[in-house]
Design a protein around this ligand. Sequence first.
Ligand SMILES: [Cu+2]
Length: 117
Amino acid sequence: MLINLVGILLIAFIIWWFWLAKPKAKLSQQNEVIDVIADNGVYSPSLIQAHAGQPLTLRFIRKDSSPCAEKVIFADLNKSADLPLDHPQDITLTIDQPGSYEFTCQMGMYRGKLLIQ
Ligand SMILES: [Cu+2]
């Protein structure tokens, strides 16, 4: 009986962890520089909200020495940048069109999203 209960809780936790947990969005304020750390296969924060028509500065800080993390690509915006290890790299974007814009490493393993409102 107890074993069943533990099993059900474990299944519920796994479902929550993989399907229901959403990354918390970081909302950018005007003139704020947002630090984005690239480490262990994830950008953090990976979800960034910003306002259309306002310059948004992302400061990428790469902690992962694997070549996987060496570039960040904003495919929808035709922009990319090299990320030197442990040297913060600023990227300023002004996006006029509201929508969602992905940024990834060159293999698409690191993934992040800009939500422009
Ligand atoms: Cu990669």
